[in-house]
Design a protein around this ligand. Structure first.
Ligand SMILES: Cc1cc2nc3c(=O)[nH]c(=O)nc-3n(C[C@H](O)[C@H](O)[C@H](O)COP(=O)(O)OP(=O)(O)OC[C@H]3O[C@@H](n4cnc5c(N)ncnc54)[C@H](O)[C@@H]3O)c2cc1C
Length: 491
């Protein structure tokens, strides 16, 4: 019988940083469903926020609360901001190389809705890739790829392990503690910037087990995404581009965002996304990101990845502008937990990273707060596990298995239809009628002969729709067109 001290589901920043906190003497297994670098962490571009110093903490907290429409849990935001400086020291001490000026000073950049430049970056615009590689090298534990978790072994308020397809074979693995670090829900949307592995499976299992998903109506859409590719994952153009001075323009070169918000390109993500969506609907014009103000050599050095990727697609940056559209980007909500990642009412089960709803982001995430949140609270999960006196509980008998039913004949077709309806009706601008249509679709498909993985996606999609229907007024990234926004009513 395989039994570990800790199983970590996911090998992004949350999973790997949690594993890095656990001593090599412990029996820890990190699993991921595909190759390890197929995760959102790897694709992160802009950077990671850390408060510059003690004086910056209240300002960082204020920026985070404003971006989150004050729906955030202030105490949790305070923990994150205060612990961010120690995180920065720890990463640098362990060998993480952030970009520095020639004189050795750390370089900080700024993104929308930040009141100061406090975002560290690496490899120019390849922060995620650098951090992921660094964490892979520093993880002292076994990392097992091709391990798709399709069930959590839960009985009497305790988690005893996982069931997973390991190299396509059903396998049961027991553990005293399980940390869910399985990322967000990107694959539920037709247009999204996320890794293909991020498909809300574990959220779906939680729904089935009666574990609360919180703030699921708050899905973040990124305004500057190149969507004209055939792949499900669309290409993000980092917010740092706008932070450095890039413009959003229409076909005639007009910066129309100022019609919507005096901050123009530096307004919050949800505002810019809705403005682009609305402007395109009204004007039928294409919208572009314009970099022509940048000097070529500087641009290529600061944004090497973007320059490279778009050159391969036939764009010469920074001279040529790129057509953009909003796309799904980040799940603000997730599996409810406390300030140590513990899932209420469930012993031995933790959650960290984008899968979690710690309360940090409220109704919308402040740019580059997610890598920070993932690392800070992953560490707190690990510390909680280390601080407990371990008792080896007797494992009950689990008889139910789904191994032969993970995928069925028509699943692919339903999966694509689900993505379309989520984009159309549960996207940037929602209406009560559209949400009901999406709900009917989801429950119709749920009652058909479908495989387990699609069932899990549908569970999560249903949670998003139900939460969106329950919130009658617009707030943050949840925008209902047929109802008045709370901000407008209050004004
Ligand atoms: C294009 C892009 C750019 C971004 N830029 C930034 C940025 O500049 N700054 C910032 O702060 N944030 C950024 N974000 C957001 C940030 O990258 C993510 O929120 C963060 O990396 C999530 O980390 P995670 O460890 O929670 O999940 P992920 O890194 O997504 O890892 C999820 C892991 O879970 C595994 N998994 C999932 N389901 C299963 C299953 N059923 N069984 C087994 N394993 C499973 C996956 O294989 C993967 O290993 C960006 C996101 C994207 C997509």
């Amino acid at each position: 019988m395989k039994r570990f001290d800790v199983i970590v589901i996911g090998a992004g920043i949350a999973g790997l940083y949690a594993a890095m906190q656990l001593p090599a003497s412990m029996k820890v297994l990190v699993v991921c469903k595909d190759i390890p670098w197929e995760c959102n962490t790897f694709y992160a571009q802009g950077g990671i926020v850390t408060a510059l110093d003690e004086k910056d903490v209240p300002l960082h907290i204020e920026d985070t609360l404003k971006a989150g429409a004050f729906h955030n849990m202030k105490e949790i935001v305070r923990i994150m901001s205060e612990e961010s400086m120690q995180l920065r020291e720890d990463l640098i001490e362990r060998g993480m190389e952030f970009d520095r000026a020639e004189d050795g000073h750390l370089l900080y950049t700024r993104e929308a809705a930040h009141s100061s430049s406090r975002i560290l970056h690496a490899g120019g615009d390849a922060t995620g890739r650098y951090m992921h590689y660094f964490m892979m090298r520093n993880n002292p534990h076994l990392l097992q790829r091709n391990t798709l978790v399709y069930d959590l072994l839960i009985e009497g308020g305790r988690c005893y392990g996982i069931r997973a397809m390991v190299n396509y074979r059903p396998t049961t693995i027991y553990a005293n503690n399980v940390i869910i670090a399985s990322g967000g829900i990107g694959s539920l949307y037709a247009f999204n910037t996320n890794s293909r592995t991020v498909s809300a499976d574990i959220h779906g299992i939680c729904m089935e087990k009666g574990i609360e998903l919180k703030d699921m109506e708050f899905m973040q859409f990124h305004p500057t995404v190149f969507v004209k590719t055939p792949y499900a994952r669309k290409l993000l153009l980092t917010e740092a581009l706008r932070g450095e001075g890039a413009w959003i323009v229409d076909e005639e070169g007009r910066r129309f965002l100022f019609d919507y918000d005096p901050r123009g390109e530096l307004a919050g993500r949800d505002i810019v996304s809705r403005a682009i969506f609305d402007y395109r609907r009204k004007s039928s014009m294409e919208v572009y990101l314009d970099f022509s103000m940048f000097e070529e050599e500087w641009f290529r050095k600061r944004f090497p990845n973007i320059s490279h990727t778009f050159e391969a697609l036939g764009y010469r940056l920074p001279r040529q502008r790129v057509p953009i559209s909003p796309a799904f980007h980040y799940a603000n909500g997730g599996i409810a937990c406390d300030d140590r990642g513990r899932i209420p009412g469930m012993d031995g089960l933790y959650v960290a990273g984008e899968a979690a709803c710690t309360g940090v982001h409220g109704a919308n995430r402040l740019a580059s707060n997610s890598l920070l949140e993932a690392a800070v609270f992953a560490k707190r999960c690990a510390q909680d596990i280390l601080g407990r006196c371990e008792v080896r509980h007797k494992i009950p008998f689990f008889d139910k298995d789904y191994d032969t039913q993970l995928k069925k004949e028509h699943d692919k077709e339903y999966k694509y239809a689900l993505r379309e309806i989520m984009w159309k009706d549960v996207g940037i601008i929602r209406s009560t009628g559209g949400l009901h249509e999406a709900k009917n679709f989801i429950y119709d498909i749920k009652n058909r002969d479908i495989g387990r993985l699609l069932q899990l996606r549908l569970n999560t999609a249903a949670a998003i729709v139900e939460a969106a229907l329950a919130r009658k007024e617009s707030l943050g990234s949840h925008y209902i067109e047929d109802n008045t926004s709370k901000e407008k009513k209050d004004a």
